[in-house]
Structures are given as C-alpha cells and as structure tokens.
Design a protein around this ligand. Structure first.
Ligand SMILES: Nc1nc2c(c(=O)[nH]1)N[C@H]1C(S)=C(S)[C@@H](COP(=O)(O)OP(=O)(O)OC[C@H]3O[C@@H](n4cnc5c(N)ncnc54)[C@H](O)[C@@H]3O)O[C@H]1N2
Ligand code: MOO
Ligand SMILES: [Mg+2]
Length: 404
C-alpha cells in the first residue's frame, strides 16, 4: 500500500481506477436534461433552412429602393403576404414587394428587406421611406448546417445543448447511464437526522452533502445508510455495494483504533493508497474490493466534501467521458490572508467574487469539522505546501461551480 502521496499522485491513481464502460440508454429529449451524450450529434437540417427575415416588414429588390427617403419615398406594389410558416411561393419582380414576418423565408427575386417602421402602407402599395437592405436577412445555415457535428460524446446536455439537439432535428438521444455511487457513513456516533441526538452523537451530514456532490457530478447516489464501527457490519455493506460503479465511505480512515474501514479494506480488499499530503482530507484512502473502487473519505464533514470534489468528481467525469474538466482554476486576489500548512497542499474555503475582478476572501473558521465553510463558501483557495498567502496577493482558486 502506498502512503503519504502528493495530491497529483493520488489523483492519477484514482483516475486509473476509473475503468469500465458505462451502459448507454436512449431517452426522449424531454428526459435527457443534465445527462451526458454517448454519441456525436450531427444536424439533420440547415438552420435557418432558407434565407429568412429577421424583421417584420417587406421583402423587395434592393436596386428598386436605393434613392428612397422620407422626402422622396419609393412606391412598390404589394403582391402578397408571407407570415412565418406560410411562405410566399411566387417571385418578386421589379417594383414589387411582399409583406414578410420575422422568420419567413425571403421570397424568390427579393434580396433586401425593410422594417415596417420605415414604411407607410397605401392600399395595395407600400411607400419605403428608406432604402431596403440585406442586413436583416438571416442566411440559410446561419446557425446549423446539415450533416455537421455540433454536439459530441461526453458533452453534458445543458439547456442550450438540449435545445440545439432539438434544433438539429433529434427527438431522442443516446446518453450514458448515470454511474451508481454508493454512500456509506460509518461511526457509532453517527445518527440520522430526526433521531434524538445522544451524548457525543453527530447527525449524518456527510451522507447528504455527498449525495448533492454526486448528483452535481452526474452520478446516481445510492444511500447505503450507516454502519457502526464493526468490521462485520462494514463488510456486509461492502458486499451489498459490489455492483456499484464507486463506493464512498466516510469516516474510519485515520489513526484511531476504531477506524474499521481502513482495516477491513486492508484485509479483504486491496488498498491502493492511504494518506495524501493535503489538508483537509489527509487520511484519504483509495481501495478496490474486487471490481468495486472504494474512496474512503475522511469523516470530518469538510474533508469528506473536499476529497470527493477533488478525487471523486474527476473519477465520475472520467467514467462519463465528459468533454469538460471536472473543475477549473483561476487566479484571484486574496482579500484576506490564507494560511498554508507544512509539507501539505492546502485547500482553504473561500468566497470568490467576480464583481471587482476575481477576488476571494476566507469563509472564516477553517476547521474541517465546520461544515458552514462548505455551505457558505463557493471556492477552494489552493496553497502549495509551506506557503501562506498574504492579503492582496494573487492566489489560485478552484470554484466549486464550473467557471472555465
Ligand atoms: N492522531 C491523529 N488523529 C487524527 C489524524 C491524524 O493524522 N492523527 N487525522 C485527523 C484528520 S486530518 C481527519 S480528516 C480525521 C479523519 O478521521 P476519520 O476518517 O477516521 O473520521 P472519523 O474519526 O470517523 O470522524 C471524524 C469526525 O467526523 C465526524 N463524522 C464522521 N462521520 C460523519 C458523518 N457521516 N456526518 C457528520 N460527521 C461525521 C466524526 O464524528 C468525527 O468528529 O482524523 C483526524 N484524527
Ligand atoms: O484531513 Mo482533515 O480533513 O484535515 O481534518
Ligand atoms: Mg477516526
């Protein structure tokens, strides 16, 4: 078993463990929001499928209208109407115009449009008070070209991309099955919210913060409840989790006598590594139990969240072949000092603001037992080993919501 790894070594070992092919399912667009494409999508159509008008007005020949002005309007005969969806199928000749409505194809023979505000209707004629122009014509294929690929395998179906799949003409899409992620809390002291809190007890916050993080990463959380610090109970749960794509345990991976998760995995499974030179999350463990990858997250509420975010999220992104990285980093000005740690890479919790150019301030109490820092912080401030950051200095920040 390897121990005291750098963050980078630990992450590469976790990613090596993200093997295996997720299944694929085909869903109607209405059920595919937030899923990850398992196929490239090419457009079935040009969009717009014809040159069309961006404005309500009249389509005509530009050459007829060059001298039009309020003082000397140009008079054209209106030969038809083209509401969007009811194209005008005739041809526009010299001295003629067709009333067109936004989105309607430009009739044959016309090469310019004028907005209705710059015209005056007189019975079967229209007076143009200004020249017509091609600038308000949206050319065919301006958005999409038939046969061209716009969405790729691994793309997350965001609102715009779900709409784009529809604009391309796809009623159904093939997406990856959501990776199933078991969440198991451990510890005699852990109690479900709703139960009375015994002396020395703690409510099971890890299960729920991890549930949220798993959903955010595109996984399907499977709550496995909690087990007391008993090897048999832990082993039974590990077997129950055998068919999942990843198991997250929280607690029981530090030095204590009662840290059964580590002991069971050392005996029954293969521990890939234990302990990373980071804070929070130092006692992180990564193991395999048969085909089941297990991330043994530290029990402290901040540690379990930060270690899942830094290792579990990339693991799931790898399984989902995501085309975007699991998180980005950006430089920001430290508005408050941030303390580093000896020999460890540190992830302090901060509040990042982009308003006055990226700047970040501490959430306050940085104890890894203070979950508030993850409830009200929106970023991790990354400090290299043995380095502090003074106020005003530039620091590296990982936003907890993706900002490229
Ligand atoms: N002598 C040493 N002691 C500790 C070390 C060390 O290096 N030497 N490491 C510390 C660090 S760092 C961390 S992180 C913790 C991690 O320990 P465990 O993974 O064994 O976590 P537990 O001891 O089981 O619990 C830690 C803490 O978190 C609370 N907890 C546990 N599960 C939950 C849950 N589901 N929901 C909410 N809170 C939970 C638990 O009550 C403890 O307070 O070890 C340090 N010790
Ligand atoms: O690893 Mo711990 O998360 O610093 O308490
Ligand atoms: Mg412990």
């Amino acid at each position: 078993m390897r121990t005291n790894l750098s963050v980078e070594e630990a992450l590469s070992l976790v990613l090596e463990g993200a093997r295996g092919e997720l299944g694929v399912e085909e869903l109607p667009l209405g059920e595919a929001y937030g899923r990850v494409l398992a196929e490239d999508l090419a457009s079935l159509v040009d969009h717009p499928d014809q040159d069309d008008t961006a404005i309500d007005g009249y389509a005509c020949r530009e050459a007829d209208t060059l001298l039009a002005s309020p003082e000397r309007p140009v008079r054209l005969r209106v030969i038809g109407e083209a509401p969007a969806g009811k194209p005008f199928l005739g041809e526009v000749g010299q001295g003629e115009a067709v009333a067109v409505y936004t989105g309607a194809p430009i009739p044959r023979g016309a090469d310019a449009v004028i907005r209705v505000e710059d015209t005056r209707r007189e019975g079967a004629y229209v007076l143009l008070l200004a020249p017509a122009s091609p600038k308000d014509i949206r050319p065919k294929g301006d958005d999409l070209r038939r046969g061209e690929v716009y969405l790729r395998r691994g793309d997350l179906l965001t609102p715009g991309r779900l709409g784009l799949a529809a604009a391309m003409g796809h009623p159904r899409v093939r997406v990856y099955r959501r990776p199933r992620v078991g969440i198991l809390s451990t510890g005699d002291e852990v109690v479900e919210p709703g139960e009375p809190l015994p002396y020395g007890g703690v409510y099971n916050s890890n299960a729920y913060s991890l549930l949220g993080l798993v959903l955010e990463a595109g996984g399907e959380p499977v709550l496995l409840g909690k087990v007391p610090d008993s090897p048999e109970a832990v082993m039974a749960k590990l077997e129950e989790a055998g068919h999942l794509d990843l198991l997250l345990t929280s607690g029981g991976v530090s030095m204590g006598e009662y840290d059964v998760v580590r002991k069971v995995l050392e005996e029954k499974g293969e521990v890939v590594f234990w302990k990373v030179r980071q804070q929070p999350g130092g006692p992180l463990l990564f193991a395999r139990l048969g085909g089941l990858p297990v991330l043994g997250l530290p029990g402290n509420p901040v540690s379990s969240m930060v270690t899942f975010f830094l290792y579990g999220r990339p693991f799931l992104f790898r399984l989902l072949k995501r085309t975007e990285p699991p998180y980005g980093t950006l430089k920001a000005r430290a508005e408050t000092p941030f303390r580093g740690a000896k020999g460890k890479k540190v992830f302090r919790r901060g509040v990042l603001s982009l308003a006055q150019g990226p700047s970040v301030r501490t959430t306050g109490n940085q104890s890894s037992g203070v979950l508030r820092s993850m409830a009200f912080g929106n970023a991790l401030v990354v400090l290299p080993p043995d380095q502090d950051a003074r106020e005003g200095e530039e620091v590296e920040v990982i936003p907890l919501t993706f900002v490229p």
